[in-house]
Design a protein around this ligand. Structure first.
Ligand code: NAD
Ligand code: UDP
Length: 326
């Protein structure tokens, strides 16, 4: 039998957070979604608002908050390069002060706490595929650093609270995830390519498109996240959650164009500074400790994501706005 829990999801208004809130409610938990509405969208959680087990709080994790909860999923942080570089100081504060505030809360109410960390802690990796014992290759002073170093420091704080205060922690390193409710304008590659292909706009390939990423469908990712939270207390992580099937950015572009039947042209644009050349998770630990591996192939997940964006763009106002921005 599932015991009903009080669960706090910071960043619950965003892409991953809204899927998580939905799944927690479906398993019978009470969910508090806390967000400062920086990058998330009301449409992500609108369908949950009438659920009496769901509560939305507008709050910034860089300030303390007092709540009574059993579990905390700490997802609050802008995740796309455009968004996290918009106000880099606030990004570092969100990761670092946010972690301190949420860990302090977990300590006070003895809650189990999970941190949404990232494959970016490996930086531009020299070890491939990335295993959790690799310490990474991160530039501390480039435009990506506010995110990478903020997340690294948050991991440090989680492990210090674990060693020093015996908190029950879970650190999850998330690799590129995609799916419905990705933000249309946040510049991430899957949403960019799909929207460009649907609107007949040029597909923007940064650099030669030979850099690789491994794309995980959102449902698989949330399944891994919830398994990690439910795992025994000695499973602290860090643990990689992602799909190990690796693709070049050019392969992704071609797949999206084929699936949509679009005639958009591929155009090469400058590669952003310190853009990682390759990224692929080794997920042996997730298999071993969580009995988890992704089950959605890229083509299947892209199909569902394309359908989502087709519906979104069929709303004429959204389409107009996107065409104006181009
Ligand atoms: P997202 O931008 O859609 O969601 C992040 C949410 O956090 C938004 O709703 C935003 O408003 C909120 N937020 C930002 N700063 C906040 C603050 N100071 N206080 C309260 N709320 C704040 O991004 P996402 O893709 O859903 O990512 C969720 C988490 O997962 C992030 O921590 C991100 O770093 C991590 N992650 C995501 C990916 C991915 O591929 N999506 C990969 C690695 C890590
Ligand atoms: N990218 C691209 N065209 C785009 C958006 C992104 O070629 O329109 C590339 C980007 O340079 C990177 C990869 O796709 O190499 C993934 O980018 P994203 O921002 O989605 O995630 P991250 O770089 O954080 O992994």
């Amino acid at each position: 039998m599932h015991l009903q829990k009080r669960v706090l999801v910071t960043g619950g208004y965003g892409f991953l957070g809204s899927h998580l809130c939905e799944r927690l409610l479906a398993q019978g938990d009470n969910v508090i979604c806390l967000d400062n509405f920086f990058t998330g969208a009301r449409t992500n959680v609108e369908h949950l608002m009438s659920n009496k087990h769901f509560e939305l709080i507008r709050h910034d994790v860089t300030f303390p908050i007092y709540l009574e909860v059993d579990q905390i999923y700490n997802l609050a942080c802008p995740a796309s390069p455009i968004h996290y570089q918009h106000d880099p100081v606030q990004t570092t504060k969100t990761s670092v002060h946010g972690a301190i505030n949420m860990l302090g809360l977990a300590k006070r109410v003895k809650a189990k706490i999970l941190q949404a960390s990232t494959s970016e802690v490996y930086g531009d990796p020299n070890v491939h595929p990335q295993t959790e014992d690799y310490w990474g290759h991160v530039n501390p002073i480039c435009p990506r650093s506010c995110y990478d170093e903020g997340k690294r420091c948050a991991e440090t704080l989680f492990f210090d609270y674990w060693r020093q205060h015996k908190l029950r922690i879970k650190v999850m390193r998330i690799f590129n995830t995609y799916g419905p409710r990705m933000n249309t304008n946040d510049g991430r590659v899957v949403s960019n390519f799909i929207v460009q292909a649907l609107l007949g706009q040029d597909i923007t390939i940064y650099g030669e498109g030979s850099q690789t990423r491994s794309f995980c469908y959102v449902d698989d990712l949330i399944d891994g996240m919830m398994r990690l939270m439910a795992s025994d207390d000695d499973v602290t992580g860090p643990i990689n959650i992602g799909n190990p099937n690796e693709f070049t950015i050019l392969q992704l572009a071609t797949m999206v164009l084929d699936m949509i039947g679009s005639r958009s042209k591929l155009v090469k644009m400058p590669l952003p500074e310190n853009d990682p050349r390759q990224r692929q998770p080794n997920i042996s630990l997730a298999k071993k400790h969580l009995d988890w591996q992704p089950t959605t192939q890229l083509k299947e997940g892209l199909g569902k994501t394309i359908k989502y964006f087709e519906n979104l763009l069929s709303e004429s106002r959204t389409r107009e706005l996107l065409l104006q921005k181009a």
